[in-house]
Write a protein that binds this ligand. Structure first.
Ligand code: ZN
Ligand code: ZN
Length: 356
């Protein structure tokens, strides 16, 4: 966290910004360590404050060493921020442009007086792009637990189980074995439902010939994991087998070029070209991958619109998919850490088609 504040101050200095107001919960956790649900953080060149209300003062004092913890709820918190800006002669204040509401912004404007409120260009969130060793270690643990959850499921899944039962069994296993919660609601989509990339688990029972897509993640130390496997319940038809092999090959091709310096667009393109050339381009309607950290979907985006290049320390998913309406779909998702000379795959579950 100290490193994170250092990086932020450096970025502020470069852009000539005197103060930052951090309001988004994941950024508050990233910079201060505070895990409660109500706080804002003010970072000045020489001081840093966590402003919360009386419910969280003790928790914040324990979780946020180096921060001055202030008990000032609501409007009082705003007043505190601008009073400190004045005291330290801060003339410009960054706010998080992507996450505050119009109402919140209006309240800031009302009180800013002579202090310039400046949109942060997402600089406050951008510091989270490159993960520290501790962050990577948490994400790796979360991915390893998810792998165990998948192995556990392979031992119990059978025809007749409902998607909801499968999701519940998986959640119970993950939480019982140390996951702080789910990274996001589990997707367990079978048969024609597997053609919906983000289907919600239903009462549909598994049938012979179904594909079953399982997309899920754990949370350890606040950090998420994310993986997807698609398995077959009994012998799948030729078409499903075909799209499985194409999806797997597309994923392998994208993984094969991961390294620092490669553009996010290019990684997406390699997988997309493979799927296109096999005639299923229209059935791969989402981006290839996304960053993962305190939030399950964060920067960078591996997609045709993705910006920037991969750098060592980034954590991204690689998850091509092909979805055939009314028949079924495939998605295969790994979570990887970009290293100085390539990548390390944090997901180790089997990727050759499993038939139960
Ligand atoms: Zn996923
Ligand atoms: Zn994902």
């Amino acid at each position: 966290m100290k490193e994170a504040i250092k990086k932020l101050r450096l970025s502020m200095e470069k852009k000539g910004i005197d103060a930052s107001l951090i309001t988004h919960s994941e950024n508050i956790r990233y910079y201060s360590g505070f895990t409660g649900s109500s706080a804002i953080v003010l970072v000045l060149a020489s001081e840093k404050y966590l402003i919360t209300d009386f419910r969280y003062v003790e928790q914040a004092q324990a979780q946020c060493p180096g921060f001055k913890v202030i008990d000032a709820a609501g409007v009082k918190g705003f007043d505190f921020v601008f009073d400190r800006c004045k005291e330290f002669e801060a003339k410009s204040l960054w706010f998080e442009e992507s996450t505050i509401s119009y109402m919140y912004y209006s309240r800031l404007v009302e009180r800013a007086a002579t202090i310039s409120l400046l949109a942060d260009g997402n600089e406050i969130s951008k510091q989270r792009l490159i993960k520290s060793e501790d962050e990577i270690s948490n994400i790796k643990k979360a991915a390893q637990l998810a792998d165990k959850g998948f192995t556990h499921l392979l031992g119990i899944i059978k025809t007749g189980m409902t998607e909801r039962e499968i999701a519940l069994e998986l959640e119970f296993f993950l939480r019982r074995n140390g996951s702080e919660g789910l990274a996001f609601p589990i997707i367990a989509a079978s048969g024609p439902n597997s053609a919906l990339p983000h289907a919600e688990p239903s009462d549909r029972k598994l049938e012979q010939g179904d594909f079953l897509t399982l997309d899920f993640g754990c949370r350890i130390g606040g950090y998420c994991s994310d993986m997807t496997r698609t398995i077959a319940i009994g012998e799948p038809c030729e078409k499903l087998r075909e799209i499985y092999e194409i999806t797997l090959e597309a994923q392998k091709k994208a993984l094969g070029i991961l390294r620092p310096g490669i553009s996010c667009k290019q990684v997406d393109k390699v997988a997309r070209d493979h799927i296109n050339s096999n005639g299923y381009g229209e059935n791969f309607g989402h981006g290839l991958g996304h960053g993962v950290g305190l939030h399950v979907h964060e920067e960078p985006r591996l997609s045709p619109m993705g910006e920037g290049e991969l750098q060592a320390g980034m954590i991204v998913t690689v998850e091509p998919g092909i979805y055939l309406p009314k028949l079924g779909g495939v998605r295969i998702e790994d979570l990887v850490a970009i290293t100085s000379d390539g990548y390390s795959n944090l997901v180790t579950s089997i990727k050759d088609l499993v038939i139960i």
